[in-house]
Design a protein around this ligand. Sequence first.
Ligand SMILES: *Cc1c(COP(=O)(O)O)cnc(C)c1O
Length: 411
Amino acid sequence: MKQSTLEAKPKVITLPSDQEASGRTLGEEEIALVADAIRSGTLTSTKGKYVKKLEDEFAALYGVKHCHAAASGSAALHCAIAAINPEPGDEIITTSITDMGALTPMVYQGAIPVFADVDPKTYNVTAETIAERISDRTKAIMVTHLFGNPCDMDPIMDLARKHGIKVIEDCAQAFLTEYKGRKVGAIGDIGCFSMQQGKHITTGEGGLVISNDDELARHVYLFVNKAWGYGDPKPDHYFAALNYRLTELQGAVAVAQLAKLEGVVDSRSTRAEELTRQLIGLPGIETPEILPGCTHTYWKYCVNVDPSVIEGGTVALGAFIRERGIACAPRYIQKPAYCCQVFSEQVTFGDSRWPFTLARPEAVDYSDENFQGTLQALAHVLVLPWNEKYESHHVDFIAEAIRDGVEQLAK
Ligand SMILES: *Cc1c(COP(=O)(O)O)cnc(C)c1O
């Protein structure tokens, strides 16, 4: 361990936070539209104008035929899985590092989540890791563009097309992320987004589903609306579905937020590039790895910490910068998704364990040797909070804390 060269105590500043006004773009525009929604007296999206406007504008932004809003990112993903319409016991290949909101909807639709390993450098699934898990029961692939960094979609789409399976993109962390000139979410068959408090834009809770496929989009629409065929000559409740509608209050906020999205992404990316420039070359630290021709939209900024260089690795460096007031997350979700009780003990409906009773043993084999990339990724990742309200002096503050931590902890 080296001695710190700092004489004075470093000054601590408070970073903008996405949990309150300091780190959100909510303002007079949202207030004006919410007030208008309230004055209209129509708060349901079945009759109001704001959710419709949101859906039209989001579809236009993504250049897709259809967009349907839903009550949360988890609801959006549930709609996507319902639209794929798996038979009980069908498998959906997904990632071992993601939000639970992407996974439990599979169980509700009777499908088996089959976890693929990730690339330890990008934290994303790849065509290679997905290919290892394909079986004759595979119905779909759900990729997560983790932290706003795109998966390598061309080989994934080739693999899916070769096997005749659908691709759902979880873009909850990846608004406006681009893969070789195309926006993620519009590359696979269905794209899903979240407007939860901590995402790029927010309505507190909320979600969006996009697709170019008329049939899938129709199924999504019905799944949001208790499968009631509004406007049909002989409407009925066609199948089992929930009420997953967004309210007009949220729709009004979302319309105002959407107008700010590009600015949010620009600001996050500009500041992230500043941090990268300051961290490059630090021993034991790797900055985000982005595929050529792609953009990262930085829901979070992750550094990869090499424990053979940094004493105590990500946990020690995380503790050091947290002392300086930077609320970081060493190891991100702490354990792979398949280690959560819902999967490890198959806790579902009553004591039935359904649908896992239908699973092939290999589909639910969570042995460490299948997940070397995942275990390495979680052991090394340090997730930094990131925000559109950061200014250069915030970035300098974070960079200084990391530099000082590395200096203290480098072996
Ligand atoms: C936030 C998130 C979700 C779930 O979205 P909610 O709006 O919280 O339900 C799903 N997947 C990923 C990758 C997320 O980050």
